[in-house]
Design a binder for this molecule. Structure first.
Ligand SMILES: Nc1nc2c([nH]c(=O)n2[C@H]2C[C@H](O)[C@@H](COP(=O)(O)OP(=O)(O)OP(=O)(O)O)O2)c(=O)[nH]1
Length: 142
């Protein structure tokens, strides 16, 4: 065993629209992994369940309201970054209230799962793409 590594729990969600596209957001300048495209979400705070984290983050970051039964577990990432080990459940969500807005100034894109590979994503995210393709299909352009 190597030195003890901090385990970081982050909840993420693939919002899926009526055209079978998935929402990704660009990580802003100044943050770790800046310029990479990621799924909305964030760190699970003390006392939170991952579903509560997502409901909170989706309200804060995108201005939409999601109900817990609409968050379906899809897959997860387990990835060793240099200074922590990321454990990141990825949920899928097709229903929400309100319109997605970039409330934190982040760039947003709706993309077909098969096109996710055209966007630089954090290394933890790449293994998650096949599960999304499987779930919603690659789309007509693939
Ligand atoms: N939300 C999200 N985070 C991801 C993904 N892939 C991935 O490696 N991460 C990592 C990046 C961060 O280290 C961590 C998420 O933390 P965060 O977004 O809540 O926090 P942050 O690094 O922006 O820092 P902070 O200022 O909010 O503390 O998980 C992803 O698809 N979505």
């Amino acid at each position: 065993m190597g030195p003890a590594m901090k385990l970081l729990l982050v909840a993420a969600v693939a919002l899926i629209d009526a055209d079978f596209r998935v929402l990704i957001a660009e990580r802003p300048e100044g943050k770790q992994l800046a310029g990479m495209w990621e799924f909305p979400g964030g760190k699970v705070e003390f006392g939170e369940r991952p579903e509560q984290t997502l409901i909170r983050e989706l309200r804060e970051e995108l201005g939409i309201a999601v109900e817990e039964p609409c968050l379906a577990p899809l897959t997860f990432a387990s990835h060793a970054y240099e200074s922590f080990h990321l454990l990141m459940p990825l949920y899928a969500c097709r229903r929400w209230n309100g319109f997605v807005q970039p409330l934190e100034g982040q760039r947003l894109k709706w993309v077909r799962p098969a096109e996710l590979r055209n966007y630089p994503m954090p290394p933890a995210d790449e293994p998650l793409i096949p599960a999304l393709i499987e779930l919603v299909g690659a789309g007509p352009s693939a």
